[in-house]
Design a protein around this ligand. Structure first.
Ligand code: PAF
Length: 328
């Protein structure tokens, strides 16, 4: 082979390698990030916050591709994807998570948190951080607690003003044993269902109602398929920022720290979003014709839930429930 031909081939190979490396550098390693609602929701705010923080700290190494609106499947499928390593990142509600990490179900106990400040203090404190550490034994890496807000009840049958009005209502609940027990104890007929099926089930009338925070109500325009809203605030709903263990294992210590800090920034962005939407979401629902019951007698709901609380104490330990209640 002539000298000229050898250096021509070497130059071409070099150019090809440089182009490949260049495109990898420009685009970064693609990370799939899935979540249940639209990008302009509190989930999107969290995902944008996380992604922007990674872009800033790890400049061009990773490119986070968002899959909003359950594009990668319902929350159960997303969590399974993380365990299998087919999805790198997700933001998921505790609705589905307690089937994977049973201890997390404790945060779904009705009327456990006094208010948002109490919930945030518990989750950001030792209890919440210890709970995140438990995910690793179940094949998940949990980095931060974001937020949806307090869950409220909507339905198409009648205004719910008291516990008695719950009787017989077919309410979609998450696939979560704590929620199912609560609604059964209140006299409703709880129907566990994955979120992507809910809107059509409400349209077709196979269920009468559902329960979710104002953030979800506003993002999904639930007033288009639901007549009545009761501000029960029965359960505080956090979300968890998660990574797959196989992706986590591929990261250097500095990258792990950047993903963790980024998840905290995203979690905070979801809380800021919820603070805003909670203020205007109910007014928006009213302006679209939703009939709103602004308040219920929470003490009466708690009293009706007494048999459920006995089951929760058995499952999670009364000491754990008291430790949460005692956080100031
Ligand atoms: O009700 C649920 O399943 C969740 O709150 C939702 C709407 C998927 C958001 O995580």
């Amino acid at each position: 082979m002539s000298m000229f031909r050898r250096s021509f081939i070497a130059a071409c190979a070099g150019a090809t390698l440089a182009a490949a490396a260049g495109s990898a550098l420009a685009a970064g390693k693609e990370i799939k990030l899935g979540y249940a609602l639209a990008q302009n929701s509190h989930y999107g705010a969290g995902a944008n916050g996380w992604s922007q923080a990674i872009d800033k700290s790890l400049a061009g190494k990773f490119s986070i591709k968002q899959f909003p609106s359950s594009a990668l499947g319902g929350e159960r499928e997303l969590i399974e994807g993380l365990q299998l390593g087919t999805v790198e990142a997700a933001i998921v509600s505790t609705g589905a998570l307690s089937n994977f990490v049973s201890e997390v179900g404790v945060v779904d106990v009705p009327f456990l948190f006094r208010d948002t400040a109490h919930a945030r203090a518990v989750l950001d404190g030792k209890f919440g951080q210890d709970l995140l550490a438990k995910f690793q034994q179940r094949g998940l890496i949990a980095l931060a607690w974001g937020e949806q807000g307090f869950r409220h009840l909507t339905n198409n049958k009648h205004a719910v003003k008291s516990v008695a009005d719950m009787k017989g209502l077919k309410i979609r609940v998450t696939e979560n044993p704590v929620h199912i027990t609560a609604f059964r104890t209140l006299g409703a007929s709880p129907t566990p269902m994955s979120w992507p099926e809910v809107i059509s089930a409400l349209q077709q009338g196979t269920i009468d109602g559902q329960e979710n925070p104002v953030s979800v109500l506003a993002s999904t325009k639930l007033w288009e398929v639901q007549k009545h809203l009761t501000l029960t605030a029965h359960v505080y709903a956090p979300v968890v920022f998660l990574l797959s263990p196989s992706f986590w294992g591929s990261l250097s210590d500095a990258e792990k720290a950047a993903f963790t800090q980024g998840a905290k920034a995203g979690a905070n962005a979801s809380r800021v979003f919820v603070d805003t939407v909670e203020k205007k979401g109910v007014e928006e629902a009213k302006s679209h014709g939703m009939q709103v019951v602004d308040k219920v007698d929470q003490a009466a709901f708690r009293a009706a839930l007494e048999p459920a609380y006995k089951q929760y104490a058995k499952k999670f330990g009364q000491q754990t429930l008291d430790a949460i209640t005692n956080v100031k």
